[in-house]
Design a binder for this molecule. Sequence first.
Ligand code: OTU
Length: 596
Amino acid sequence: MADGLGALYPPEVAEVAAARLVDAAAEAFAERPADLARLDQVRTLRPDWFQSSGMVGYATYADRFAGDLAGVAAHIDHLRDLGVTYLHLLPLLATRPGDSDGGYAVADHRSVRPDLGTMDDLRDLARALRAAGISLVLDLVVNHVAREHPWAEAARAGDAHHRAFFLTFPDRTGPDAYEATLPEVFPDFAPGNFTWDDDLQAWVWTTFNAFQWDLDWANPEVLVAFAGIVFFLVNAGAEVLRLDALPFVWKRLGTDCQNQPEVHAVAAVLRALLRIVAPAVVLKAEAIVGPGELVRYLGAGRWSGRECDLAYHNTLMVQVWSTLASRDARLATQALRALPPKPAATAWATYVRGHDDIGWAVDDADAAAVGLDGFAHRAFLSDWYAGRFPGSPATGLVFQENPATGDRRISGTTASLAGAERAGDPGAQALVVGRILVAHAVVFGWGGIPVIWMGDEVAMVNDPGWADDPAHAGDNRWVHRPRMDWDLVARRDDDPVAGPVFRGLRHLARVRASLPQLHASVEAAVLDVAEPGVLAVRRAHPLGPLLGVYNFTESARSVPVPIPGGAGTDVLAGEVVSAEGVALAPYQARWIVAPT
Ligand code: OTU
């Protein structure tokens, strides 16, 4: 902790902050409920719990999934049926009224959104989930608060102490200097990074929406305040905290104000505090950044083993969609190989889709290495998933088109991006099932925690009424945040897409749990294969390797695969396969084990 504080503040300031944080930690430790303290002991003896191949994640909004927190508890059986052990409920703390960016504009860190329930309901839900073997994951929105948050209200009322929680500027000099090198996150509905506030008579830093005020983490008061919130949430039963927009928390003139060295120190301080108060709890970085920066969030250099325990594998997600569109795994092979190995005690959160848009984080150098132009490939991916490229079956929407950079991100559910809305006949439907399952097989077979996005387990398509709610109308990410279709869940076995997808995901989860090779401490290595349409991933293990072989094309393939001993067992299909030629049906995934 002292190291982290020393990297953030001058020595005298760091020393005072350390003393206050230790006091707050001691108090939170004393208040930790007995059942959670017991979990701390159990996990201190098994610190790799989140790396186990038995982990399967699920992410959803509580209200969209089941109305409210009590409704979520009533659907634990559905989650267990899928094999889920980790449940990320998107922001559920009290928000500003109206548009709250899906809850990411927090107005009160110590109460639950009234329509979802109370803090006691949250504690009850956490307990019920834990009893079912499911860890509750909550967001910690570290970069900003709502303009209506008490800190911002106090600042607007003239309180200097709270004004210093934010980054304010009396005129455009400061903002203009920063803007020279700042990108825009939401160029469509929130252009620029600063918003004039009449109450403050100042420009305030607002990276995301105008109603989300960035916090100034260079002020130690912000860190101390957040430590209190962390203790409150983990003592309420959260077992994983997702650090939302972590890359943005430290600003530096002349840079893009993302991924600054200090953001790693901020995470390291929070982790050190958690190890004291609640060692059962781990931290997950939400850093949707390019491949070059990504692994650093799992702790590199001086922060190795001391930063986040989990991070989203954004590169893998992007490459899965890129490979599905191009039917060519060579860029994925290149990009995934270029990624440095992660520390052995950490894990990826792997995913096919989530609540956000997909941004095409394809590195120009990786593209060039396989003979592609990065810009042109990103444009192709946007065209493909918006259904504008000849032959594309996808029905995604373009999110945040940026004319200045040519950047176009994509919204849409997994099923819609895989062509479900345009699949009129059994043949086309089988291809949709194939695309959805091969994508999930890669993610389940990579190592780490595979996280299913709500509705994907029954291949829900885009919500046609996404814009009906005026607070959502400007943000088409709501197209892939539908209300859970429980009718479809109930009748899934009569549906040609939902049934096979649900059974396929459940099968992946069960097989995965039996494979020690999928413990996250083991590194995944992408192999060269003779077929460009096939991705092959090897996970070495003392019990023998696991070879994941994935056909990303619509036709059958046969590829030689280096299976030790010349033959192995595909544990997904329960078949013996030969190293000389592994036969793959369209979009087939095989997980091959071979004894050494
Ligand atoms: C996150 O996403 C959340 O996932 C979004 O739902 C929020 O709108 C946003 O923060 C603001 O709270 O830019 O397009 O590198 O990519 O934080 C989504 C991290 C985002 C950013 C990420 C952000």
